[in-house]
Design a binder for this molecule. Structure first.
Ligand code: ATP
Length: 300
């Protein structure tokens, strides 16, 4: 086999509870990940060296060198296998860059799956999960897909039972937000508040809404502890969230570290209507509809 293409979904966080800052600079999290039908595509072709090309949505903002997470994934996999493999990766992006939808992590997960296949390594998922956890906190979920609760830095995953399909509208913003900057702002806001930060706990009401496939109940339970920080760094997101509610979303929140905002709809038809209203309100660079949960990386 000399070419493998893998399709990989974006994620939205349904609950992102951020605990106190740890001594190692990370936060303990409860992170309910949900994979949605916005896909990047990564094609791996057998080559002597390692290289990456990026095209599509905001491709000019994605590095085409060793800083690219997909290349880092390929290098880590080759090291794990103990051989000097080569690959040329081509990434077609649809997931907004630096948008809080874990596009880089998705590409890294796709590269692991594609290179495992291309190089005929046949490594089990557990091995890929270990490599993924070293690459970044969101990469293990990107390998898993579906819906899952992440604890620790978000990398210890427990799959969640979901009783239906949920329909989403994503409002894309101009420019990205750096995840590290948003966490820093979260710590700053909390310190200024002077109140203690509780340990993060999974919302049982959210899990019940997912199990029941109840969009209305889920809409009421969406929470993101990073949202105040994202709003503080990007005031316009407040108007976007307000517009989503005014247009009839069942719930809305900043996705991860933002600046993409996610809105839950009642049905596919409602999502289409909501997307049109949000577009008309002029509060987003672009608007996408999607559904979830969807499976993780898939060879196509
Ligand atoms: P998260 O939701 O995990 O916090 P994000 O969706 O906000 O992440 P990404 O799209 O993953 O952000 O990009 C974050 C940064 O990582 C970008 O600014 C980009 O320079 C860099 N990056 C490296 N590799 C990639 C990649 N394959 N795709 C996108 N960004 C990448």
């Amino acid at each position: 086999m000399n070419s493998v293409t893998v399709r990989v979904p974006a994620k939205v966080n349904l609950q992102l509870a951020v605990g106190p800052l740890r001594d190692d600079g990370y936060h303990d999290l409860v992170n309910v990940f949900h994979a949605v039908s916005v896909f990047d595509e990564v094609t791996a072709v057998a080559e002597t060296g390692m290289s990456v090309r990026v095209e599509g949505e905001s491709a000019d903002q994605v590095p085409e060198d060793g800083d690219n997470l997909a290349i880092q994934a390929a290098v880590a996999l080759a090291r794990h296998a103990g051989r000097s493999y080569g690959v040329s990766l081509a990434i077609r992006k649809a997931i907004p860059v630096a948008g809080g939808m874990a596009g880089g992590s998705a590409d890294a997960a796709a590269a692991l799956v594609a290179c495992n296949e291309l190089w005929g390594l046949g490594l089990p998922t557990e091995d890929l999960m270990e490599i993924a956890a070293d690459l970044g906190s969101d990469v293990p979920f990107a390998l898993l897909g579906g819906t899952a609760v992440g604890t620790g830095r978000g990398e210890r995953l427990t799959p969640v039972e979901v009783g239906g399909t949920f329909h989403w509208v994503f409002a894309l913003a101009d420019g990205g937000l750096s995840t590290a900057t948003v966490y820093g702002e979260c710590d700053r806001v909390r310190e200024a508040d002077g109140q203690g930060v509780p340990l993060p706990r999974t919302s049982e009401a959210l899990l019940a809404a997912l199990r029941a496939g109840d969009a209305r109940a889920l809409g009421a339970e969406l929470t993101n502890d990073l949202q105040p920080a994202a709003l503080s760094l990007r005031e316009s997101l407040g108007r976007t969230l307000q517009a989503g509610r005014a247009c009839g979303a069942l719930g809305g929140l900043v996705s991860g570290s933002g600046p993409t905002c996610a809105f839950l709809a009642e049905s596919e038809a409602h999502a289409t209507e909501l997307a049109a209203s949000l577009k008309g309100a002029g509060v987003a660079r672009d608007v996408l509809t999607a559904y979830g949960p969807v499976p993780g990386p898939t060879v196509v």
